[in-house]
Design a protein around this ligand. Sequence first.
Ligand code: CO
Length: 154
Amino acid sequence: MAKRNIVKFGDEILRKKSREVTVFDDKLWVLLDDMYETMRAADGIGLAAPQVGILRRVVVIDVGDGKIELINPVITSAKGKQHEVEGCLSCPDTWGYVQRPAKVKVTAQNRYGKEVKYEGTELLARAFCHEIDHLNGIIFTDLADEMVDKRKEQ
Ligand code: CO
């Protein structure tokens, strides 16, 4: 495994739409492992492939309940609302309130191409939405209705 560089806000690649994964080979597994290591090293809870410069529909998430790998994820159900502060590893020192669904269901594939389903509430629902947005070129700052200066609050 190797840590990769995280692409920062302003880089055009974060605005591009990622392509479907069709080949589930060792190259994909290395990408997943590298993304997880990169995310953990940066103290993140989620990372999408475009954030390491790869325009493929690949996401890793760990909100503290273990690793989740999503290939070609699709949100199949979104219910309720939550309004919390969000950040992004591509946007250091930037925080803002984003409205997200309270409960989300996701269908995706795992690293072997097998269909997997997840359900998330609270932080996990937020992470699913945030990371899948990255695959479509959307950054949370696009959706934030109020930015927060955390340094001022401390
Ligand atoms: Co992000």
